[in-house]
Ligand binder design. Sequence first.
Ligand code: PLP
Length: 232
Amino acid sequence: MADIKENLANVRKNIEDACKKVGRDVSEVTLITVSKTKPLSDLRIAYEEGSRDFGENKVQELVSKIDEMPSDVKWHLIGHLQRNKVKYIAGKVAMIHSVDSYRLAEEINVQAKKNSCVIPILIEINIAGEDTKFGIKPEEAEELIREISELENVKVSGLMTIAPNVANPEENRAYFKAMKDLFVDISSKNIDNVEMKVLSMGMTNDYTVAVEEGATMIRVGTGIFGARDYSK
Ligand SMILES: *Cc1c(COP(=O)(O)O)cnc(C)c1O
Protein backbone atom coordinates (compact mmCIF):
# COMPACT_ATOMS: atom_id res chain seq x y z
CA MET A 1 0.00 0.00 0.00
CA ALA A 2 1.34 3.35 -0.98
CA ASP A 3 1.65 5.85 1.81
CA ILE A 4 -0.34 8.66 0.26
CA LYS A 5 0.35 11.08 3.08
CA GLU A 6 4.11 10.60 2.87
CA ASN A 7 4.11 10.67 -0.95
CA LEU A 8 2.19 13.95 -1.02
CA ALA A 9 4.61 15.51 1.43
CA ASN A 10 7.51 14.38 -0.75
CA VAL A 11 5.98 15.78 -3.93
CA ARG A 12 5.35 19.12 -2.20
CA LYS A 13 8.92 19.20 -0.92
CA ASN A 14 10.24 18.48 -4.41
CA ILE A 15 8.12 21.30 -5.86
CA GLU A 16 9.49 23.66 -3.21
CA ASP A 17 13.08 22.63 -3.94
CA ALA A 18 12.61 23.03 -7.69
CA CYS A 19 11.12 26.51 -7.13
CA LYS A 20 13.99 27.53 -4.87
CA LYS A 21 16.54 26.33 -7.38
CA VAL A 22 15.25 28.72 -10.04
CA GLY A 23 13.98 31.53 -7.80
CA ARG A 24 10.26 30.95 -8.25
CA ASP A 25 7.64 31.41 -5.53
CA VAL A 26 6.04 28.08 -4.62
CA SER A 27 2.60 29.74 -4.72
CA GLU A 28 2.97 29.96 -8.52
CA VAL A 29 2.65 26.18 -8.84
CA THR A 30 -0.60 24.25 -8.37
CA LEU A 31 -0.33 20.52 -7.78
CA ILE A 32 -3.12 18.58 -9.46
CA THR A 33 -3.68 15.26 -7.73
CA VAL A 34 -4.37 12.82 -10.56
CA SER A 35 -6.78 10.26 -9.15
CA LYS A 36 -7.83 8.26 -12.24
CA THR A 37 -8.51 4.56 -11.46
CA LYS A 38 -8.11 5.24 -7.73
CA PRO A 39 -10.84 4.52 -5.15
CA LEU A 40 -12.59 7.29 -3.24
CA SER A 41 -10.87 6.18 -0.04
CA ASP A 42 -7.53 7.20 -1.61
CA LEU A 43 -8.93 10.53 -2.81
CA ARG A 44 -10.22 11.25 0.68
CA ILE A 45 -6.78 10.70 2.21
CA ALA A 46 -5.29 13.17 -0.28
CA TYR A 47 -8.11 15.61 0.51
CA GLU A 48 -7.40 15.29 4.25
CA GLU A 49 -3.77 16.13 3.45
CA GLY A 50 -4.82 19.31 1.68
CA SER A 51 -5.34 18.34 -1.97
CA ARG A 52 -8.11 20.43 -3.50
CA ASP A 53 -7.35 20.14 -7.22
CA PHE A 54 -8.05 16.66 -8.62
CA GLY A 55 -7.46 15.46 -12.16
CA GLU A 56 -9.33 12.72 -14.02
CA ASN A 57 -8.99 11.64 -17.63
CA LYS A 58 -12.37 9.96 -18.19
CA VAL A 59 -15.69 11.80 -18.12
CA GLN A 60 -17.71 8.98 -16.56
CA GLU A 61 -15.22 8.40 -13.76
CA LEU A 62 -14.92 12.12 -13.06
CA VAL A 63 -18.68 12.59 -12.87
CA SER A 64 -19.13 9.60 -10.57
CA LYS A 65 -16.53 10.95 -8.14
CA ILE A 66 -17.79 14.53 -7.98
CA ASP A 67 -20.82 13.83 -5.83
CA GLU A 68 -18.82 11.65 -3.45
CA MET A 69 -16.22 14.28 -2.63
CA PRO A 70 -16.49 17.59 -0.73
CA SER A 71 -17.87 20.47 -2.79
CA ASP A 72 -14.72 22.58 -2.52
CA VAL A 73 -12.78 20.17 -4.74
CA LYS A 74 -11.79 21.65 -8.10
CA TRP A 75 -12.03 19.04 -10.84
CA HIS A 76 -9.76 19.08 -13.86
CA LEU A 77 -10.51 17.07 -16.98
CA ILE A 78 -7.03 16.21 -18.24
CA GLY A 79 -7.70 13.44 -20.77
CA HIS A 80 -8.95 13.46 -24.34
CA LEU A 81 -12.54 14.71 -24.50
CA GLN A 82 -15.16 13.66 -27.04
CA ARG A 83 -17.66 16.27 -28.08
CA ASN A 84 -20.67 14.12 -27.19
CA LYS A 85 -19.50 13.95 -23.56
CA VAL A 86 -19.01 17.65 -22.90
CA LYS A 87 -22.61 17.96 -21.67
CA TYR A 88 -21.89 15.71 -18.69
CA ILE A 89 -19.14 17.91 -17.27
CA ALA A 90 -20.18 21.46 -18.19
CA GLY A 91 -20.82 23.40 -15.01
CA LYS A 92 -18.97 20.79 -12.94
CA VAL A 93 -15.32 21.14 -13.90
CA ALA A 94 -12.93 23.93 -12.92
CA MET A 95 -10.88 23.51 -16.09
CA ILE A 96 -10.58 21.39 -19.24
CA HIS A 97 -6.89 20.82 -20.10
CA SER A 98 -7.20 18.96 -23.37
CA VAL A 99 -8.77 21.17 -26.04
CA ASP A 100 -7.19 20.60 -29.44
CA SER A 101 -9.83 21.66 -31.96
CA TYR A 102 -12.24 24.49 -32.67
CA ARG A 103 -15.11 22.02 -32.92
CA LEU A 104 -14.52 20.80 -29.38
CA ALA A 105 -14.27 24.37 -28.06
CA GLU A 106 -17.50 25.21 -29.87
CA GLU A 107 -19.34 22.37 -28.14
CA ILE A 108 -17.87 23.39 -24.75
CA ASN A 109 -19.19 26.88 -25.49
CA VAL A 110 -22.70 25.58 -26.23
CA GLN A 111 -22.82 23.50 -23.05
CA ALA A 112 -21.32 26.27 -20.92
CA LYS A 113 -23.99 28.65 -22.18
CA LYS A 114 -26.70 26.15 -21.18
CA ASN A 115 -25.19 26.08 -17.69
CA SER A 116 -24.79 29.88 -17.59
CA CYS A 117 -21.08 29.58 -16.94
CA VAL A 118 -17.74 30.29 -18.58
CA ILE A 119 -15.45 27.26 -18.75
CA PRO A 120 -11.69 27.84 -18.53
CA ILE A 121 -9.81 25.71 -21.06
CA LEU A 122 -6.22 24.97 -21.98
CA ILE A 123 -4.98 24.26 -25.49
CA GLU A 124 -3.19 20.91 -25.72
CA ILE A 125 0.08 21.07 -27.62
CA ASN A 126 1.81 17.98 -29.00
CA ILE A 127 5.18 19.52 -28.32
CA ALA A 128 7.31 16.55 -29.40
CA GLY A 129 5.21 15.78 -32.49
CA GLU A 130 4.46 12.24 -31.34
CA ASP A 131 2.03 10.24 -33.52
CA THR A 132 0.52 8.60 -30.46
CA LYS A 133 -0.48 11.85 -28.78
CA PHE A 134 -3.38 14.24 -29.10
CA GLY A 135 -2.78 17.96 -29.30
CA ILE A 136 -1.98 20.47 -32.00
CA LYS A 137 1.35 21.57 -33.44
CA PRO A 138 2.92 24.56 -31.68
CA GLU A 139 2.75 26.61 -34.88
CA GLU A 140 -1.04 26.09 -35.04
CA ALA A 141 -1.66 27.40 -31.52
CA GLU A 142 -2.03 31.12 -32.15
CA GLU A 143 -4.55 30.75 -34.95
CA LEU A 144 -6.67 28.26 -32.99
CA ILE A 145 -6.59 30.47 -29.91
CA ARG A 146 -7.68 33.50 -31.95
CA GLU A 147 -10.66 31.51 -33.31
CA ILE A 148 -11.66 30.17 -29.89
CA SER A 149 -11.32 33.62 -28.32
CA GLU A 150 -14.49 34.65 -30.19
CA LEU A 151 -16.55 32.18 -28.15
CA GLU A 152 -18.17 33.91 -25.17
CA ASN A 153 -18.54 31.01 -22.78
CA VAL A 154 -15.09 29.52 -22.98
CA LYS A 155 -11.99 31.23 -21.71
CA VAL A 156 -8.60 30.23 -23.05
CA SER A 157 -6.46 30.24 -19.90
CA GLY A 158 -3.21 28.73 -21.10
CA LEU A 159 -1.47 25.72 -22.60
CA MET A 160 -1.05 22.06 -21.68
CA THR A 161 1.26 19.33 -22.87
CA ILE A 162 1.99 15.68 -22.17
CA ALA A 163 5.72 15.30 -22.69
CA PRO A 164 7.24 12.06 -24.01
CA ASN A 165 7.63 9.10 -21.71
CA VAL A 166 11.39 9.13 -21.18
CA ALA A 167 13.83 7.33 -18.89
CA ASN A 168 15.64 10.49 -17.90
CA PRO A 169 13.43 13.57 -17.27
CA GLU A 170 16.25 15.84 -18.50
CA GLU A 171 15.35 14.63 -21.98
CA ASN A 172 12.11 16.60 -21.68
CA ARG A 173 13.69 19.88 -20.58
CA ALA A 174 13.92 21.23 -24.12
CA TYR A 175 10.22 20.46 -24.69
CA PHE A 176 9.25 22.28 -21.49
CA LYS A 177 11.37 25.24 -22.55
CA ALA A 178 9.66 25.25 -25.95
CA MET A 179 6.26 25.25 -24.21
CA LYS A 180 7.27 28.19 -22.05
CA ASP A 181 8.50 30.11 -25.11
CA LEU A 182 5.21 29.48 -26.91
CA PHE A 183 3.29 30.52 -23.78
CA VAL A 184 5.22 33.81 -23.50
CA ASP A 185 4.90 34.45 -27.23
CA ILE A 186 1.12 34.02 -27.21
CA SER A 187 0.79 36.08 -23.99
CA SER A 188 2.60 38.93 -25.70
CA LYS A 189 -0.10 39.11 -28.43
CA ASN A 190 -2.66 40.28 -25.83
CA ILE A 191 -5.56 38.56 -27.58
CA ASP A 192 -8.99 39.69 -26.32
CA ASN A 193 -10.73 37.17 -24.04
CA VAL A 194 -7.52 35.15 -23.70
CA GLU A 195 -5.67 35.01 -20.42
CA MET A 196 -2.38 33.15 -20.60
CA LYS A 197 -1.88 32.25 -16.96
CA VAL A 198 -1.72 28.45 -16.83
CA LEU A 199 1.09 26.30 -18.18
CA SER A 200 0.08 22.71 -17.39
CA MET A 201 3.05 20.38 -17.83
CA GLY A 202 4.99 17.79 -15.85
CA MET A 203 3.91 14.40 -14.47
CA THR A 204 5.37 12.00 -11.90
CA ASN A 205 8.47 11.30 -13.92
CA ASP A 206 9.40 14.84 -14.89
CA TYR A 207 7.51 17.42 -12.80
CA THR A 208 10.60 18.89 -11.11
CA VAL A 209 12.12 19.70 -14.51
CA ALA A 210 8.76 21.14 -15.62
CA VAL A 211 8.61 23.39 -12.53
CA GLU A 212 12.16 24.59 -13.18
CA GLU A 213 11.08 25.50 -16.72
CA GLY A 214 7.98 27.43 -15.69
CA ALA A 215 5.04 25.05 -15.19
CA THR A 216 2.21 26.61 -13.19
CA MET A 217 0.23 23.37 -12.93
CA ILE A 218 1.71 19.93 -12.63
CA ARG A 219 -0.31 16.71 -12.84
CA VAL A 220 0.90 13.94 -10.55
CA GLY A 221 -0.77 10.54 -10.09
CA THR A 222 1.63 7.65 -9.55
CA GLY A 223 3.94 9.77 -7.40
CA ILE A 224 1.08 10.28 -4.92
CA PHE A 225 -1.07 7.14 -5.12
CA GLY A 226 1.40 4.54 -6.38
CA ALA A 227 1.07 2.52 -9.58
CA ARG A 228 -2.32 2.27 -11.27
CA ASP A 229 -4.01 -1.10 -11.67
CA TYR A 230 -5.94 -1.31 -14.94
CA SER A 231 -6.85 -4.97 -14.54
CA LYS A 232 -10.14 -4.28 -12.72
C1 PLP B 1 -2.44 9.97 -15.93
C2 PLP B 1 -2.09 11.34 -16.32
C3 PLP B 1 -1.19 12.11 -15.55
C4 PLP B 1 -0.48 11.58 -14.33
O1 PLP B 1 0.49 10.63 -14.68
P1 PLP B 1 1.53 10.06 -13.60
O2 PLP B 1 2.68 9.61 -14.43
O3 PLP B 1 0.84 8.93 -12.92
O4 PLP B 1 1.87 11.15 -12.67
C5 PLP B 1 -0.94 13.41 -15.95
N1 PLP B 1 -1.54 13.95 -17.06
C6 PLP B 1 -2.41 13.25 -17.80
C7 PLP B 1 -3.03 13.90 -18.98
C8 PLP B 1 -2.71 11.93 -17.46
O5 PLP B 1 -3.58 11.25 -18.22
